[in-house]
Design a protein around this ligand. Structure first.
Ligand SMILES: [Zn+2]
Length: 260
């Protein structure tokens, strides 16, 4: 049996990625917001789907569930605290899902903030993280259902995973996130290098993802709120004293909402 695991992007809508975790025969689908591109990908590559893994309830992440379940009869794993159509395998933090078809084990991490029940999927042996709309390339998701405190705590949990972990998020937002990050840390050499590399990826119509947690820790302002230069930026922008990393995070998140 071919046990080598690959992760392939299936572009959907304007800037979503549905991630296929697959070997030569079977595929698990992360956040299939649309069934049509998934079906085309499976047929093109001769793959049989074995499961759906959802991160949260937004339509662009779950919109293809019902059609794929009807066609293939696969299980849908997702956050127990969210209302997700076709979900028959609700999971919570600390749960581990083993997909025998792929020989892969995925751990569930609660990461509320973007939505109240948002989860991330972590495959510790393969060093893969599917972060949905929580951690983006050089950014983070908007706060729709949670507080800044919750989101910052969620990002801190992800930041503690091994640095070599590859980060697969659900949107191609990296260049716009980098443009914002450069307003916060114009002198960050790692960020400048990332900007050059990712602009080149986009110019060649290649995904900027996955990144790694090490790269995010070096460049993503939302994972760097504990650093003095980030605090100074937050104080300068807000015109007040700031004394916690969470407050820095909250100010940066508001600035990003208004950015462009
Ligand atoms: Zn979302």
């Amino acid at each position: 049996m071919d046990t080598e695991i690959h992760v392939s992007p299936i572009p959907a809508f304007r800037d979503n990625y549905i991630w296929a975790i697959h070997n030569r025969h079977q595929a698990a689908l992360v956040d299939p917001g649309d069934a049509a591109p998934v079906r085309a990908f499976l047929e093109r590559n001769g793959l049989t789907p074995c499961a759906i893994l959802n991160t949260h309830h937004h339509h662009d992440h779950i919109g293809g569930n019902a059609e794929l379940v009807a066609q293939y009869g696969i299980d849908v794993y997702g956050p127990a605290d969210e209302d997700i159509p076709s979900m028959n395998r609700p999971v919570r933090e600390g749960d581990t899902v083993t997909l025998d078809a792929l020989g892969i084990r995925l751990q569930v991490i609660d990461v509320p903030g973007h939505t109240a029940g948002h989860i991330a999927w972590h495959a510790p042996e393969q060093h893969l993280l599917f972060s949905g709309d929580t951690l983006f390339g050089c950014g983070c998701g908007r706060l729709f259902e949670g507080s800044a405190e919750q989101m910052y705590h969620s990002l801190e949990k992800l930041a503690r995973l091994p640095g070599a972990t590859r980060v697969f998020c659900a949107h191609e937002y990296t260049l716009s996130n980098i443009a914002f990050a450069l307003t916060v840390e114009p002198d960050n050499a790692a960020l400048q290098a990332r900007a050059r590399a990712d602009r080149e990826h986009v110019a060649r119509h290649q995904p900027t993802l996955p990144s790694t947690l090490d790269a995010e820790l070096a460049t993503n302002p939302f994972l760097r709120c504990h650093l003095p230069q980030l605090r100074r930026h937050a104080e300068f922008s807000s015109g007040r004293m700031v004394d916690s990393a969470t407050e820095v995070f909250s100010i940066l998140r508001s600035l990003k909402n208004e950015f462009r």
